[in-house]
Ligand binder design. Structure first.
Ligand code: NAD
Ligand code: TYD
Length: 353
């Protein structure tokens, strides 16, 4: 039987990619709850608006009454929870919104889902999948082994601390109430529809606009990059194959230094963009490091590979090339995002750096 899903944050980067993935692969009702804040964009799901199965609700996950009403009236059996404040730099500038949305918002959803699930006599096929990050595990040195699902939590930024808090709540709802929660911790995503504040789209746009490419610190920080389509297929796999209470790491087996990515983006842009205001590599500017900047993330994904037979499909070189081409072909998507608010944020973060 098809699932009736509530997807929170479904107008954001990963959420909207997932909504499309879901609609292409599964039947059943799809309800998106998104506050449509700076990173939530109606345009990301506008092509689905005509489908009778699809509904976009503009609202806050912290609004318990709204969430309870949606769960009941849409007869939701599955929540896939993406909604979050997601950018580390913004969490350093203003952590309160992160505690509110990521901790209080997740708690509100869990509590509403618990009431809904209990009112229906705890159906065994209900699921609450909480989407989280590798950043909850803290920072690795160059030679440390990759994070596993049993690595102790050691979050270092207000963002990762708030995600860690929400992970613990999802875990506790399984252990205390037997509520069928699942947790996925994923590495850095890249691909179409990523808001331009994050490393890869920010560099692409700055190259096109002839603006400096701000590399934090020495540029030697390492992230494990995964194409967003692979993240979507992994979440789908966990949802359908994992047991309630399970936790899975998701990653790309693909550790890259920031400066190497910036170099690759400069070269790809040089090749694909045609005329550019300035040779891209000349725009690289080393700026003051991010406070508390985690040095390295790396994910051990052997559990999901073995248990659920999921493995990433994208190769980083092909995925990055496709992503750069997407930003070149979709100026109409990103140009409106460079709003007054965004410029204010940008000047605040990068102005005196
Ligand atoms: P995003 O910032 O692009 O999207 C977040 C979405 O949540 C936006 O549409 C926003 O409007 C919505 N939202 C924010 N606050 C809300 C609220 N109070 N109520 C309802 N909606 C709200 O983020 P993303 O990169 O798509 O990340 C999605 C999820 O995946 C997050 O939980 C994040 O922690 C996690 N994650 C992201 C990455 C990554 O590399 N981007 C990696 C691992 C995990
Ligand atoms: P980001 O995309 O913000 O993801 P996260 O902090 O969640 O890993 O940043 C990825 C890496 O790129 C991180 O090490 C910080 C670095 N970075 C820069 O060097 N310059 C920038 O302008 C940005 C946004 C990030």
């Amino acid at each position: 039987m098809s699932k009736q899903v509530l997807i929170t944050g479904g107008a954001g980067f990963i959420g909207s990619n997932f909504v499309h993935h879901w609609c292409q692969n599964h039947d059943g009702r799809v309800v998106v709850l998104d506050i449509l804040g700076y990173a939530g964009n109606k345009a990301n799901v506008s092509d689905l608006m005509e489908q009778a199965r699809f509904r976009l609700v503009e609202g806050d996950i912290c609004d318990g009454e709204l969430v309870a009403a949606l769960l009941a009236e849409e007869e939701i059996d599955t929540v896939i929870h993406f909604a979050a404040e997601s950018h580390v730099d913004r969490s350093i500038l203003g952590p309160a919104a992160f505690v509110q949305t990521n901790v209080v918002g997740t708690f509100t959803l869990l509590e509403a889902f618990r009431n809904h699930w209990q009112a229906k006599d705890k159906p065994a096929d209900f699921r609450f999948l909480h989407v989280s990050t590798d950043e909850v595990y803290g920072s690795l040195e160059a030679d440390d082994p990759a994070f596993t699902e049993t690595t102790p939590y050691a979050p270092n930024s207000p963002y990762s601390a708030s995600k860690a808090g929400s992970d613990h709540l999802a875990r506790a709802y399984f252990h205390t109430y037997g509520m069928p929660t699942l947790i996925t911790n994923c590495s850095n995503n890249y691909g179409p529809y990523q808001f331009p504040e994050k490393l890869i789209p920010l560099m692409c746009l700055n190259i096109l606009l002839g603006k400096p490419l701000p590399v934090y610190g020495d540029g030697q920080n390492v992230r494990d990059w995964l194409h967003v389509s692979d993240h979507c297929s992994a979440i789908d796999t966990v949802l359908h194959k994992a047991n309630p209470g399970d936790v899975y790491n998701i990653g790309g087996n693909n550790q890259v230094k920031n400066l190497d990515i910036v170099h690759q983006l400069c070269d790809l842009m040089g090749e694909l963009a045609g005329d550019l205001p300035q040779p891209p590599r000349e725009l690289i500017t080393f700026v003051t490091d991010r406070p508390g900047h985690d040095r390295r993330y790396a994910m051990d994904i052997s559990k999901i590979e073995k248990d659920l037979e999921w493995t990433p499909a994208y190769n980083f070189e092909t995925g990055l090339r496709q992503t750069v081409a997407w930003y070149l072909e979709n100026r109409d998507w990103w140009q409106p995002l460079l709003s007054e608010e965004y410029r204010g944020y940008y000047d605040n973060l990068y102005g005196d750096r």
